[in-house]
Ligand binder design. Structure first.
Ligand SMILES: Cc1cc2nc3c(=O)[nH]c(=O)nc-3n(C[C@H](O)[C@H](O)[C@H](O)COP(=O)(O)OP(=O)(O)OC[C@H]3O[C@@H](n4cnc5c(N)ncnc54)[C@H](O)[C@@H]3O)c2cc1C
Length: 640
């Protein structure tokens, strides 16, 4: 069906006669949330004539939930997005209220940056970046239909009946598709933060034979800071030394911490209010059908699932510099309004708390990610891609990562170039996407460091080493960044070699140094590297005895310390990656029909046909495909 008779068949009045003809773009991005922003910017920066649609232009890059970016594993994603040439980290460095490196008490694999964000400033910065971007047009309009011809995308249609001709489209609709807001036994059609829901696009997608799912997530109330007695809460400040999120700002001063967070705990009274009203909770009354995130439970869920816990930790977080609105992290709820107010008033310091926005749950449609390839293109519709919450994930960082990959792959495909598929050994982005398209998900998927087999290799500090070469090859990393990157890693390699070959003699100075650090004495010469491998010794402390060392930036010194201290573990994981890659290189034909393969168990045939793995490694990660099934594949495809 061509675009013009689409209008007739669907009674759309062609109100844009003139505009229609100019309405041809390479890529349409549907949704300007965290996924859509990265998708649109990467397409435009890779030379695609791109148009970005959003239901509300004032909600670009909106944070409808926690006013923060990063955190465990999410901080890794933000750095990986930055290393590939994405925008999130750069904007975060411009608007942070507070910055903390989490898990410093643990190994470097789980060190993770988290900033408290001024959410309105973040939106302003991101919207302006989009507006200034060459090749990119922004439009406030709801997309109600995606047009296809011969199984490929040809256009998108707005709620005003305008048809935009496009060669590819990326769906980044977040929590808006058939959004339903639920508070107690009240529910209504709506998007987050009082915005419209998108009520027509799901049908257009399902009509093309795509399987969709219904998920749910929830958010806590927002409280007026003036109404809380902060003296009864525990203050939590940011780190003294602020580490920028973007490698572009590495070792630069990006500002001070501006706002603290506040720690408070629930108590027996809070728990009793919730228990007394569980029958009114839509979660337990059956008024919620969508599946919620296990790792972001509502407070009522916590009370039921962790009944033995006497108290639950909550954070009162600032949402901006010029607002009194505070976010009560850890108390997401869809209980009736009166119950939420009562439970909040049981918290110490909150006796007179004014609730500015009540907590709610939102149900929404999203795609079954098994419908997607590792490029995030739909298997059933050419040049149609999905990204973000629409793909079954939860979180700004997860969304932005997918938006970037979908934007890059839509552009590379239109340019006839090889797609970017990051395997699990390269990144959390690769791990996230592989989990989605190989295993699928039955609840909103959230990234965690435990999802990776290669945590020690996929650290937040070396995201540039792992991914910037890809960003450079694709064309998203400019000369200046590339030069800085090479200079940095040349310094790291040179210094790592120097500490390995530099020996210190067991003189009085070294003897004193080791005693000061409660480190065992030496009787023969010892390399600086061997000293550094001692847990009680740091690279910076060694400056006292290692006098020949060059002046190096902090990021280089930290990298040398990690590389030397963990080289044994890193070597072992690198060997595991080599094994992994061998299986990933054993390709499987994309359109092979597994029902015909004798010896495969029925479940394996069904699962292999649903996923259509692109290699033996991926086939082995599909739940329900056994090692015996893999052996049959290896024989059939003559790999053994
Ligand atoms: C109530 C709530 C609670 C949440 N709780 C958590 C949590 O606890 N933990 C967590 O990690 N994440 C949580 N999130 C999720 C987080 O907000 C999302 O993960 C993130 O915003 C997803 O980004 P996105 O780009 O995929 O979509 P969104 O940020 O939702 O952006 C979607 C964009 O698409 C546009 N749009 C939608 N449909 C159309 C259409 N048909 N035509 C044109 N434009 C369209 C919208 O205008 C918007 O710009 C929560 C979200 C909500 C709403």
């Amino acid at each position: 069906m061509t675009n013009s008779n689409y209008m007739e068949n669907n009674n759309y009045t062609n109100t844009y006669d003139v505009a229609i003809t100019n309405n041809s773009y390479d890529v349409a991005v549907i949704g300007a949330g965290h996924a859509g922003v990265e998708a649109a910017l990467s397409c435009a920066r890779l030379g695609m004539k791109t148009i970005l649609f959003t239901i509300n232009m004032d909600a670009v890059a909106n944070m409808p939930c926690n006013p923060s970016i990063g955190g465990t594993a999410k901080g890794h994603l933000v750095r990986e997005i930055d290393a590939l040439g994405g925008e999130m980290a750069k904007s975060a460095d411009k608007i942070f209220l507070q910055s903390r490196m989490l898990n410093l008490g643990k190994g470097p694999a789980v060190h993770s940056l988290r900033i408290q964000a001024d959410r309105r400033e973040y939106q302003k910065v991101m919207k302006h970046v989009l507006e200034k971007q060459e090749n990119l047009s922004l439009k406030q309009a709801e997309i109600v239909d995606i047009l296809t011809e011969d199984g490929a995308v040809t256009g998108v249609v707005t709620h005003l009946g305008a048809v935009f001709n496009v060669k590819a489209a990326i769906i980044c609709t977040g929590t808006y598709l058939n959004g339903r807001i639920i508070v107690g036994d009240h529910s209504f059609c709506g998007g987050p933060d009082g915005m419209f829901a998108a009520t027509k696009l799901t049908k257009s997608i399902e009509d093309k034979g795509v399987s969709m799912m219904r998920f749910k997530t929830g958010t806590p109330s927002r409280i007026n800071r003036r109404s809380v007695d902060l003296t009864r809460l525990e203050r939590q400040d940011g780190d003294e030394k602020i580490v920028p999120m973007s490698f572009e700002n590495e070792d630069k001063f990006i500002g001070e911490n501006l706002e603290p967070c506040w720690l408070v705990y629930t108590n027996a009274k809070t728990h009793q209010v919730i228990k007394d009203n569980l029958h009114r909770s839509p979660l337990y009354s059956g008024n919620i059908h969508g599946i919620g995130p296990r790792y972001c439970p509502s407070i009522e869920d916590k009370i039921v699932r962790f009944a033995d816990k006497e108290r639950h930790q909550l954070f009162l977080e600032p949402t901006g510099r010029d607002t009194e609105e505070m976010y009560l992290q850890g108390m997401s709820s869809s209980l009736p309004e009166d119950v939420q107010i009562e439970m909040i008033h049981t918290l110490p310091g909150f006796e007179n708390a004014e609730i500015m926005r009540i907590g709610y749950a939102i149900e929404y449609d999203c795609v079954d990610p098994l419908e997607l390839r590792a490029t995030l293109e739909f298997k059933k519709i050419k040049n149609l891609y999905g990204a973000g919450q629409f793909n079954g994930t939860s979180g700004y960082e997860e969304a932005a990562a997918q938006g970037l990959i979908a934007g890059i792959n839509a552009s590379l495909k239109l340019k006839g170039e090889e797609p970017l598929i990051l395997d699990r050994s390269t990144s959390y982005i690769g791990t996230l996407i592989d989990d989605l398209v190989t295993k699928g998900t039955r609840e909103p998927y959230r990234i965690m460091t435990s999802r990776s087999e290669y945590r020690l290799l996929l650290r937040q500090d070396n995201a540039d080493e792992r991914l910037m070469p890809y960003g450079r090859k694709i064309g998203l990393i400019n000369d200046e960044r590339w030069a800085h990157f090479n200079e940095k890693w040349d310094m790291i390699r040179a210094e790592t070699e120097r500490v390995e070959r530099t020996y210190l003699s067991p003189n009085g100075e070294l003897k004193e140094f080791l005693a000061e650090h409660n480190s065992s004495a030496v009787t023969t010469g010892i390399s600086v590297a061997d000293l550094l491998r001692r847990p009680e010794i740091t690279y910076d402390s060694l400056a006292a005895v290692d006098k020949e060392r060059p002046e190096l930036p902090l990021s280089v010194r930290e990298e040398v310390e990690i590389t030397v201290k963990y080289d044994g573990y890193i070597k072992r994981q690198t060997e595991q990656v080599e094994q992994f890659k061998k299986l990933e290189q054993k390709r499987l034909p994309e359109d092979f029909d597994y029902t015909s393969l004798a010896g495969l168990r029925l479940e394996a045939r069904q699962k292999l046909n649903a996923v259509k793995p692109s290699n033996i490694g991926q086939a082995g990660r599909i739940s329900g495909v056994s090692p015996a099934d893999i052996a049959i594949l290896l024989v059939h495809f003559k790999y053994i």
